[in-house]
Design a protein around this ligand. Structure first.
Ligand code: AMP
Ligand code: MG
Length: 419
């Protein structure tokens, strides 16, 4: 049975295995997933608009690809049984211009790559393996019957499912769909995501900084992260730690967007407005995650909108986004493939770490000779945003892992890549 968010909010201590103050990364992901489902509305879009969109219905091929037997080579097409003797070349088949006349016994045709194979021949010999004298061609080395013929439907057969439900469209898929003559597809509508930053110290770029103020960077990293995922993004600005303003913006956002993300204001010891507001208007869980960086995280619902409260710290905000929000958004977008790829490589430097927490250190994957390796970005403080900018991956170190000597294998999770 699907658990209710309200049970966790009101009755947390009765839940097995649920401790909001010591939540593992895996548990937190698992809890969030239980409350998510894909958007229900779909829309039909043209192929050129489809990059990054998620299929709401599988694509079934209405045709064979290739649609006819055709030549894989420039060469000569002939009957295998006759290949022992020199063959007379009586014409040429071009791609797009089939050879339609009869091919009498002892004859063959010249054929170009992609040209239709006349039904009367069964093999193609590449030009380089023949010798030609006048009209006669001799096969230097006899290939097996059927060689160099691409068969009807060998890539895709009629009725075959070519792309499954939840598939995210990549450039190759666009070509594949075009090869099937498909110009429109049905996808989930775009997820609408809004975010704002909280904090009296924050100033938008373009204004001078006063003593004690900082530029609001989270809105820009979040903007980029959300754009990369392919949701519809709305930036609601930065909001001072003022309860009335926060309340107004939060409520408006929850009515107009599928997902509302805030950064800042959810840590312990904050001016506690966000927590009170979220408790008043929504069902929100506040967690301390057993991870570094990015310990506080809030997840819940305000009305129909899903809510994520990220830590204000710029590195922590990005790490929690990558580790929790990205996967959740993909689920709501209807995407079937959620897990970002990770793999093991050698880390060339020693790593400082204590056991007990999962750490997402910033790493740089680089090529040494022929081998990809990783190094850390150095200082791993959670306020050092330049470490995220220099990095191209996380080095994921689980709770059991302690300090590591240089040269050990570590798990890396690239920021971008194959997923
Ligand atoms: P908070 O989570 O609100 O306690 O913020 C933690 C730290 O992150 C503080 O040093 C904040 O000044 C900083 N911070 C919060 N929000 C942002 C933001 N939008 N951009 C840059 N730094 C921020
Ligand atoms: Mg704050």
């Amino acid at each position: 049975m699907q658990p209710q968010l309200s049970d966790f909010v009101s009755n947390a201590s009765c839940m097995d295995d649920y401790d909001p103050n010591a939540m593992s990364v895996t548990q937190a992901r698992h809890y969030i997933q239980q409350f998510l489902s894909p958007v229900s509305e779909t829309e039909t879009i043209v192929l050129k608009e489809s990059l990054g969109r998620v299929l709401a219905v599988p694509v079934i091929s209405g045709m064979n690809v290739p649609g006819y037997n055709n030549s894989a080579m420039d060469g000569f097409a002939f009957r295998h049984a006759e290949a022992g003797n020199p063959l007379k070349v009586i014409g040429t088949a071009f791609a797009g211009i089939p050879f339609t006349s009869d091919i009498p016994a002892g004859c063959c045709i010249k054929i170009m790559t992609g040209a239709v194979i006349p039904p009367i021949v069964d093999t193609v010999m590449m030009q380089e393996h023949t010798s030609i004298e006048g009209e006669l061609v001799t096969l230097v080395k006899l290939p097996a019957i059927g060689t160099n013929i691409r068969l009807t439907g060998e890539d895709i057969a009629v009725g075959q499912t070519v792309l499954t439900l939840g598939h995210r469209i990549e450039p190759a898929d666009m070509g594949l769909l075009a090869s099937l003559g498909i110009g429109e597809i049905e996808v989930y509508r775009r997820l609408k995501v809004a975010f704002f930053s909280t904090g009296d110290e924050l100033v938008s770029i373009g204004k001078p900084l006063q003593q004690g103020q900082i530029y609001d960077s989270n809105r820009y990293s979040l903007w980029g992260l959300l754009q990369a995922i392919g949701v519809s993004v709305t930036d609601l600005g930065n909001v001072a730690d003022d309860p009335a303003t926060l309340e107004k913006i939060l409520l408006e956002a929850s009515e107009n967007y599928d997902v509302v993300i805030t950064s800042g204001g959810v840590s312990v010891g904050e001016a506690d407005f966000m927590k009170q507001l979220l408790a008043k208007h929504g069902q929100v869980l506040f967690w301390k995650i057993n991870m570094k960086p990015g310990r506080p995280l809030a997840y819940g619902k305000i009305g129909a909108a899903h809510y994520f409260g990220l830590p204000g710290n710029p590195v922590s905000a990005m790490v929690t986004f990558y580790q929790f929000v990205q996967e959740a958004l993909k689920t709501m977008m209807g995407a079937a493939n959620l897990t970002p790829p990770s793999f093991q490589v050698e880390c060339v430097n020693a790593i400082k770490k204590a056991t007990g927490r999962t750490e997402f250190q910033r790493g740089i994957l680089f090529k040494e000779g022929e081998t990809w390796k990783v190094k850390t970005t150095g200082e791993q403080g959670s306020g050092i945003l330049s470490s995220m900018s220099r990095a191209n991956c996380f080095i994921v170190l689980n709770e059991q892992t302690g300090a590591l000597d240089a040269g050990k294998m570590v798990e890396v999770q690239p920021f971008h890549g194959v997923c």
